[in-house]
Design a protein around this ligand. Structure first.
Ligand code: PMP
Length: 411
């Protein structure tokens, strides 16, 4: 980066007043060198960095953008409430409209409550499972991400063993390991928590195996524990009724966030009537959990996804992107596979043990105006039309050509 670019200036200022220059998953240290840290705006399938460079965006803000940045109908719905006041002495009518919408869309849901982050929603699911069963043990898949709070953070810094005292780990999609974890929990099993699909960082993604999902449901039915689906990342991209509708399994509790309001801050927990008394009695709250504009945005987002057959269109766009990228790689002598649902794909280079090839490819794509990620899954939106995907694929072809030239120069 040019030393006097606005991005570089902001990084220098951030270095002294923001820990590490930036906190959390959005620090540019998590993407290859040369990626911008700071952004100025977004429109449709594109984002613009603070130095005015535009990129076709395949991260979609790491999930929240599902219709495209600044979708006009969602912006209008949010704006209408913002103009009247967003943060009031209680919720707006949109809370009821949104709960009604979710109960109508999601077969397992008899009620919904709203929060801000996915971590809030997943923590509340665990609290409700324990409150509703009066038990303690919670089964979590090894390597799964459910948020950045002590019970589930991928980092153990600042976390005590006591924070995780009643967690038991199993292997996703492995019925035997789930059976063993259930046996270990004995009569103290409060919940089995599972992600919509296996999307651990930097390893090949796996869709949920139907036999695994059925086993989880059967264990919960037999023991009275709660089956908790973490639909924070996948929610509304794969199935508007909840991602495990695709394998025919309904959870008791589920957490959503990311795409629910097309970028406005909101998360949700849905549950069935079995957990309604617990949801009525626990104390879960937050200063900003009732603000109106994000809920207005969410109602509109869900209406549009329904009207536009969102999951089917996202799958088609994802297929076009994944097939095109894999073919472009092959044309230039690289083997790239995409794993997981095409709408939330993860890229994987063969013969790339230190991930340097994937990184170099992403840098070449970035230089040609395409924002990709080599270790985290990417996200498509309804703004990723055929024309936009094809424009990206043409740049991606050039990026592979440059990568091939660099490789033969090195050889
Ligand atoms: N669960 C899953 C599956 C997620 O992907 C995330 C966020 N990446 C979370 C929970 C936590 O959500 P948040 O970052 O909004 O707290």
């Amino acid at each position: 980066d040019l030393p006097n670019s606005l991005d570089a200036q902001l990084r220098r200022r951030a270095a002294s007043v923001i820990p590490g220059g930036m906190w959390g998953h959005m620090r540019a240290a998590a993407v290859p060198e040369g990626y911008p840290q700071f952004f100025a705006g977004g429109e449709g399938a594109r984002v613009r960095d603070v130095d005015g460079r535009d990129y076709i965006d395949f991260m979609c803000s790491w999930g929240p953008i599902i219709l495209g940045h600044r979708h006009p109908e969602v912006e209008a719905a949010a704006r209408e409430q913002l103009d009247r006041g967003d943060c009031l002495d209680g919720p707006t009518e949109h809370a009821v409209r949104l709960a009604e919408k979710m109960v109508a869309l999601i077969p397992h849901a008899d009620w919904a409550l709203f929060q801000k982050n996915g971590s809030d929603a997943m923590t509340t699911c665990v609290t409700l499972a324990r409150a509703g069963t009066a038990r303690r043990k919670v089964l979590v898949a090894k390597g799964a991400y459910h948020g950045a709070v002590p019970w589930c953070s991928p980092s153990v810094l600042g976390v005590t063993a006591e924070d995780r005292a009643h967690l038991i780990y199993y292997t996703y999609n492995d019925v035997e390991s789930l059976d063993a974890a259930v046996a270990e929990a004995g009569d103290d099993l409060a919940a089995i928590v599972a992600s919509a699909f296996k999307h651990d960082l930097a390893i090949r993604q796996q869709l949920p195996d139907a036999a695994f999902a059925r086993a989880a449901r059967a264990h919960c039915d037999r023991t009275g524990a709660a089956l908790v689906l973490d639909d924070v990342r996948a929610g509304f991209r794969l199935n508007l009724g909840g991602s495990w509708e695709n394998v025919g399994i309904r959870p008791d509790l589920a957490g959503y966030s990311k795409a629910i309001a097309n970028g406005y801050p909101l998360s949700a927990v849905t549950g069935n009537d079995r957990f309604r008394p617990a949801a009525e009695q626990v104390f879960v709250t937050g200063s900003f959990w009732y603000s109106g504009a994000p809920m207005a945005a969410a109602v509109k987002t869900l209406e549009i996804l329904e009207r536009e057959d969102g999951p089917a269109r996202l799958a088609a766009a994802g297929e076009r992107f994944c097939t095109g990228l894999t073919e472009a790689a092959a044309r230039h002598g690289f083997e790239v596979t995409m794993s997981g649902p095409p709408a939330i794909p993860l890229m994987h280079f063969a013969d790339d043990p230190d991930a340097k090839l994937g990184e170099a490819f992403c840098q070449q794509a970035l230089a040609r105006g395409v924002y990709l990620h080599n270790k985290h899954n990417m996200f498509l939106s309804l703004a990723h039309t055929d024309a936009v995907v094809d424009e990206a694929l043409s740049a991606i072809d050039d990026a592979f050509a440059a990568l091939a030239r660099d490789r033969s120069a090195d050889a």
